[in-house]
Design a protein around this ligand. Structure first.
Ligand code: TYM
Length: 337
């Protein structure tokens, strides 16, 4: 008899709070797509998370659908991966609430992202922004994944998810599987092109320092031509994150897009300087994003197809999520429906 080998499970999500950037692509989706055949994959648009910051409803709706089209265009085949919209699977909000009761005030207060976002949204430091990591823990634990691929900025949240899961398991037995974060070696933290000390971010109104997945080639080339390199006068393409953060960031982007190592990049541009290097990075990014942009535009035209994908995805996701939620409710002592 043929042996059926159960695939390991992988899960991740992105907030549709802004248009997808090169950072989210290199730090997250690219790594999902590369492992799609190996794992049983669950990927979602984290719309519940997006509303922790005020959103324009029409933009949120458009971005959520565009993000789904981008997932597919990046190589996540809906036949092989479960792609869904977070708010369509009510179990996320429900487990999110339960896990808030197992997340400590001190732990949530220490989250770097909470501190950063509170500083940037001083007039809207709402409860959701504060308890966001409890909902993120629910997103993960509902599916009992083995691996959670994220960029560096989300690692702290995945670590808090471990703490919450261990706390819960400590009281109720082995309810949750403890997942591993997977942070890529190259591309886990892509920085702004105009401020290499700040993360390239989709939710900020900072047009000059970021590249969007949907930017046309001429815009991408312009962004790279005016990218900050560094203030030394060597004009030398060398990887030195501490002293040459701008050049290091461009080398990371080039490496992630071409697969070349930092040594190979240094050799390629030996004696050529930043003037030759910057447009080459731009070209590599244009060629990486071109097929994704074109495919996204094509898929976006087929609304019926997108609808069938997210409906199917929500159904498959709900089935798995409900099993976990029921187990949790039973452990907590809730009366069965
Ligand atoms: P979000 O939407 O801010 O970012 C989505 C993913 O992209 C990565 N990323 C980056 N990587 C490298 N360089 C950058 N400049 C860059 N910007 C973003 C992020 O690390 C992330 O992996 N809370 C999450 C979404 C989420 C989630 C989850 C993720 C909700 N539930 C459960 C994993 C598991 C977020 O806000 O990511």
């Amino acid at each position: 008899m043929e042996e059926v080998v159960q695939k390991k499970r992988m899960l991740s999500g992105i907030k549709p709070s802004g248009d997808l950037t090169l950072g989210s692509y290199l730090g997250a989706i690219k790594n999902w797509a590369e492992r799609a055949d190996e794992y049983d994959c669950y990927y979602f648009m984290a719309d519940l998370h997006a509303i922790t910051v005020r959103q324009n409803p029409a933009d949120l709706r458009r971005r959520t659908l565009e993000q789904l089209a981008q997932y597919i265009a990046c190589g996540l085949d809906p036949e092989k991966n479960t792609l869904f919209i977070q708010s369509h699977v009510h179990q996320h909000a429900e487990l999110g609430w339960a896990l808030q009761c197992y997340s400590m005030f001190g732990e949530l207060s220490r989250m770097t992202q909470f501190k950063d976002k509170s500083a940037k949204n001083a007039d809207n430091i709402n409860g959701g922004l504060f308890s966001y990591p409890s909902l993120m823990a629910a997103d993960i634990l509902l599916y009992q994944p083995d691996l959670v691929p994220v960029g560096e900025d989300q690692k702290q949240h995945v670590e808090l998810c471990h703490t919450i899961a261990r706390r819960f398991n400590g009281v109720y037995g082995d309810v949750f599987k403890i997942p591993e974060p997977f942070v890529p070696k190259v591309g886990a933290r892509i920085m702004s092109l105009t401020n290499p000390l700040a993360k390239m971010s989709k939710s900020e109104n900072e047009d000059t320092g970021r590249v969007l997945v949907m930017d046309p080639p001429e815009v991408i080339m312009k962004q790279f031509k005016r990218a900050i390199t560094d203030s030394d006068t060597t004009n030398c393409v060398r990887y030195d994150k501490e002293n040459k953060p701008g050049v290091a960031n461009l080398m990371t982007i080039y490496s992630a897009c071409t697969g070349k190592t930092y040594d190979q990049i240094e050799q390629e541009f030996d004696g050529l300087g930043y003037g030759a290097f910057k447009p080459k990075v731009g070209e590599a990014v244009v060629e990486t994003l071109r097929p994704i942009r074109e495919e996204t535009l094509r898929i976006m035209k087929d609304k019926a197809y997108l609808e069938s994908v997210y409906r199917d995805g929500a159904q498959k996701a709900s089935y798995v999520a409900e099993k976990t939620l029921r187990k949790v409710y039973k452990k907590l002592g809730f009366v069965a429906k």
